[in-house]
Design a protein around this ligand. Sequence first.
Ligand code: PGA
Length: 252
Amino acid sequence: MPRKRLIAGNWKMHGSVEGSRALVAELTGSNPSVDAQMLICPPAPYLAAARDWVSGSHILLGGQNLSEHVGTGAYTGEHSGAMLEDLGCSHVIVGHSERRSYYHETDALVAAKFIAAQAAGLVPILCVGETLAEREAAATQAVVARQVGAVLDAAGVGAFASAVIAYEPVWAIGTGKTATPAQAQEVHASIRAMLVERDATIAASLLILYGGSMKPANAGELLAMEDIDGGLIGGASLDAAQFLDIFRAAAG
Ligand code: PGA
């Protein structure tokens, strides 16, 4: 079974109500006939409005983060997976490198968030990836294996039947430097191989996205690689024309 590609936009902390509405209007106004899924992850305060903007369209909605706590509670400033689900989200990003580095999210916390996302019926998009220093020390495979392994150990391989992994080399995020298709493919294949050892069927259907300066100019060659099943796009997702061009590249 071919894997249905996913092109996901991570807006990070960008935009305004009016600007976000206009961006979504451009996306919903154009529905390229591409057999792939389109997902946008606006800032949390805009999700309630975004649910109405995408209503009736092909666009899926996702969160950028969630609390590791399930249910309600005294966690000022946090929001739960159930709240995201309540707002019409289907997906949520967990373990983005910015969360890991600026907010000190450990592998254990990321695993707890992954589990909390699934408990709320959301598909977690688990982000993994090495820093430049780690790549230069030839530690890429080890770092990615540790990050994926922490979630595999905590959640079990079965959990990956309804999850997505995004390989995002930290040195490529927002820098304009992209991993070459061969560099990305090597890591994607190693991630899939880790899963194959535990469950070949789940491994074969798992979507593994690439993220890190994906643009219209490089999307085609990245998405042509065997184990690259889509993209997690930051900067270029803030521009409807660029995001749509990347989406069209998913047609192959
Ligand atoms: P970028 O961000 O496309 O701006 O490099 C990707 C991401 O951080 O998800």
